[in-house]
Design a protein around this ligand. Structure first.
Ligand SMILES: [Zn+2]
Length: 409
């Protein structure tokens, strides 16, 4: 692994660590049974604030080849509300285009959760994704996907072969990229002068307001606000023209940027910046206070889990994503408290949580005889509680960890 000593967005070395979530294996490194006896590699999970551009980021970098080659996250293994979200997203893109032959490029298209509905509308589209196992899934769906990391080099190739793009989409991508300069300069190269670059990122406001420190993990290098993004995009001749709040995955924003070209700027851009400033996202003290609250939150959830366990209750975990793995490793909660984890993604069955070695099972019959399910996938709370109605009818309760630990129903 390597360590940066400068800010990934602005290059300043005025970067200060405000939160240390302890050393832990990377959140996506699920173990097979035969791996359990082997030593695991742990990495620091330290979060930094840049005093120059106010961005929040990790500076300890695990090489991207290690992170993404066998990426165990299939977007389409998602709840209905997420699928619906992408269906509507595809409609919006369709409406933005003047003709179907205009190129739509999606960076990190995963298994095609968005690209598929776009293609079904007859739109000329292309995807790029670095994970070879996931690209095969997308190709099986008949999608045109290049298996590579997106950057200047691949941008050049696409431009020669397909021409410029009217729309470039990048969902949850900016968080995952160490070399944001290479990616953004590639985007600026392909985007037509009238084109729109649309991307979704977690909004730093939600992370701070809802105690979402589980969105800090090694695979997420940066955490964004409009304040920092607008400065950053300027470097590549782009400006933010509109921002929309998206309610999925614990609160995201969808940002619309265009090349400088007398664009009409929606009032949302200023509104978001004002909100961020009001919350103090441009001040180190805000994040130092947040770090203190994170520590208190940890003690609170540990007290609750230990109390229930001492009463002889059977506790399992529900939704074993990277976010949940961060929490379990930071809390140091393993099989002494959690019997097993439950996850809907078949790729995770019969695997173990990195670091804490909790076994993962499919949801089928796994809640029988369980008293409490720790809902690590709390961002999908409404869907999951609806789906596991039988568990609740039988007297089961969910432990919702965020923003404040509590039981439901
Ligand atoms: Zn910076």
């Amino acid at each position: 692994m390597s360590k940066r000593n400068d800010c990934r967005l602005c290059g300043s070395n005025k970067v200060v660590c405000f939160l240390n979530l302890s050393n832990m294996p990377r959140a996506g490194a699920y173990l097979k049974k035969e791996d359990l006896e082997k030593p695991e590699i742990s990495y620091p999970l330290d979060i930094y604030f840049c005093e120059n551009c106010y961005s929040i980021q990790l500076l300890d970098i695990i090489p991207r080849e290690t992170l993404f080659d066998d990426y165990r996250y299939l977007s389409s293994v998602a709840s209905n509300s997420v699928l619906e979200h992408f269906e509507m997203y595809a409609n919006e893109i369709d409406n933005l285009l003047t003709k179907k032959s205009d190129l739509v490029l999606e960076i990190a298209c995963n298994d095609g959760i968005l690209l598929k509905p776009i293609k079904e509308k007859g739109i000329n589209c292309l995807g790029v994704d670095p994970a070879s196992n996931i690209v095969s899934v997308a190709k099986e769906k008949g999608l045109n996907v290049i298996n590579d990391f997106f950057g200047e080099k691949i941008a050049e190739k696409i431009l020669n072969e397909y021409g410029s793009a009217e729309i470039i989409v990048a969902n949850a991508v900016f968080a995952h990229v160490d070399d944001m300069d290479d990616m953004t300069s590639g985007i600026s190269k392909i985007l037509s002068n009238s084109g729109t670059f649309i991307f979704e990122v977690h909004h730093l406001v939600d992370i701070i307001e809802d105690m979402q420190y589980d969105s800090f993990y090694h695979e997420h290098f940066s955490y964004h606000s409009i304040l920092t993004l607008s400065k950053f995009l300027k470097k590549y001749n782009m400006e933010i023209c509109n921002v929309k709040k998206i309610s999925i995955r614990g609160g995201m924003i969808r940002v619309y940027a265009k090349k400088f070209n007398n664009n009409k700027i929606d009032s949302s851009v200023i509104e978001f910046m004002n909100q961020e400033q009001k919350l103090g996202l441009d001040k180190l003290e805000t994040f130092q206070k947040f770090a203190k609250e994170v520590n208190e939150h940890k003690l609170e959830i540990l007290n609750l889990l230990k109390k229930l366990k001492s009463e002889g209750k059977k506790i399992v975990a529900y939704g074993m994503s990277g976010r949940g793995n961060t929490l379990l490793n930071y809390w140091k909660v393993g099989t002494e408290i959690i019997d097993y984890g439950i996850d809907a993604s078949p790729e995770r069955y019969d695997r173990y949580v990195p670091g804490m070695h909790i076994p993962i099972k499919s949801p089928k019959n796994s809640l029988l005889g369980v008293d409490y399910a720790l809902l690590l996938a709390w961002i999908f709370k409404d869907d999951i509680i609806k789906k596991e109605n039988d568990f609740i009818k039988n007297g089961g309760k969910f432990i919702i960890p965020m923003p404040k630990p509590h039981l439901e129903p």
